[in-house]
Write a protein of this length. Sequence first.
Length: 135
Amino acid sequence: SFPTRRSSDLGGFSVSIPDVIKTTQVSQVEDFLLYSMSNLNGKIVLQIYIGNHPQALNGRKKHAVQSSTVIGGFPAKSTQWLCGKSLFCGDVRLRLLDGEGWPSVAHMSYKELSKSELPIIQNIINSFTKELGSH
């Protein structure tokens, strides 16, 4: 049986998260929003940045797999790689706007997830959507 899920509000966007995951807003700076999601042990399992200037993905990644997809109606590029013994790291970027305006990017990243944590976090990422009625 899957844990019950609830919606977590991300400033006009939302994701669906299991009850075992807690969302904390890390930053309230004017030009971007940053959220951390942690599990019951306090381990940060996902970070979500919403703004216009996400950090670059740098450095060579071991066994990196890149893919392009659509999440919540937005074009997305995802990179996943191994970062430790049987642990997964990943970086997912959604283009929220084509032209000018804010926010233009949602950037979601995770690190050192086990094989069992990975699908839970991927489900959260894939549930990203724009809230109805928000601009």
